[in-house]
Structure formats: structure tokens, C-alpha cells
Write a protein that binds this ligand. Structure first.
Ligand code: MN
Length: 152
């Protein structure tokens, strides 16, 4: 069981994510206002943060950066969820400091698998200088990891 903080402004998505996580034996807590998310995270001490990107007030990207800079939360894994996947979004999200990215509408299976992977946590990312990761695209492992576009 893991404590998972969800930052999401859409009530239906909150219910969906909470139900899914609870069904997998986790303890979810939801925050709808991103301005309170950092304090909520410090209080809840989550094993994983799942954040929407399209949030009013503090954007998901800014929230990810704030978490990464936080002394207590800096190493918590972050999974981003976003309805828009324009070219370059995944790179921006990862450069901000998230380890995983799932598009809405979510695939329930992929959502659950990604949560499991992040909670295993054996590939803790180098997060000391997230900006530098944006400049290392030359070292991307190959086409299978590049993902995103589907020609079908
Ligand atoms: Mn949203």
C-alpha cells in the first residue's frame, strides 16, 4: 500500500483515479486547488504524486518544479496526467522533473502499470539538475522510447 497524492481539478477524474488506486490497495488523497498542493504534499508525505498538467492557478509543470526543489519532497516520484499531448509536451514534463506521463483519457491498465513502476522506485531519477536533462536528448535510448505519435 502506498500513499498517493492526486492534484486534479476535475471531479470526475479525481473519482476515477481515487477509485482505481483504492482498488489496488493504495491510499489516495486528492487536492483540487494547486495553490494548496505543496502544503498538502508536505503534510501527507506521499509515496507518489499524480498531477494534472492543465490546472488553474499553479500549472502542473510549475507544481512539478516546486516539488523537485522542496527539501522534503524532492525525491518523491511524480506522474503527470494531461489531456493535451502536443509535440514536445512529454519532454517538457520530464524536464520539469516528472518520471512518467500518461495521456487523458487514461488507459486504466497503463495508469495502474505506471503507478506500480514508479512505486517500485528502483530507477530513482537524477533530479539535482532537471534542466540539464533537457539537453541530453541525443542520448535517448531509441525509437521505441520516443513514443507519442501514432500514424494509425
Ligand atoms: Mn485540469
Amino acid at each position: 500500500m502506498a500513499k498517493i497524492l492526486i492534484v486534479e481539478d476535475n471531479a470526475l477524474n479525481i473519482k476515477l483515479f481515487c477509485d482505481l488506486l483504492a482498488a489496488h490497495g493504495h491510499e489516495p488523497e486528492a487536492v483540487t486547488d494547486s495553490r494548496t498542493a505543496l502544503d498538502a504534499a508536505r503534510a501527507f508525505d506521499p509515496d507518489l504524486v499524480i498531477t494534472d498538467i492543465q490546472l488553474p492557478h499553479v500549472s502542473g509543470l510549475d507544481l512539478i518544479r516546486l516539488i523537485r526543489k522542496d527539501d522534503e519532497l524532492g525525491r518523491v516520484p511524480i506522474m503527470a496526467v494531461t489531456a493535451y499531448s502536443a509535440r514536445g509536451d512529454e519532454e517538457r514534463i520530464r524536464a520539469a522533473g516528472a518520471q512518467a506521463y500518461v495521456s487523458k483519457p487514461i488507459s486504466v491498465v497503463r495508469f495502474a502499470e505506471t503507478v506500480d513502476e514508479l512505486l517500485k522506485g528502483d530507477d530513482t531519477p537524477e533530479i539535482d539538475n532537471p534542466e540539464s536533462q533537457a539537453n541530453q536528448s541525443d542520448e535517448s535510448p531509441g525509437p521505441s522510447e520516443a513514443g507519442g505519435e501514432e500514424d494509425a
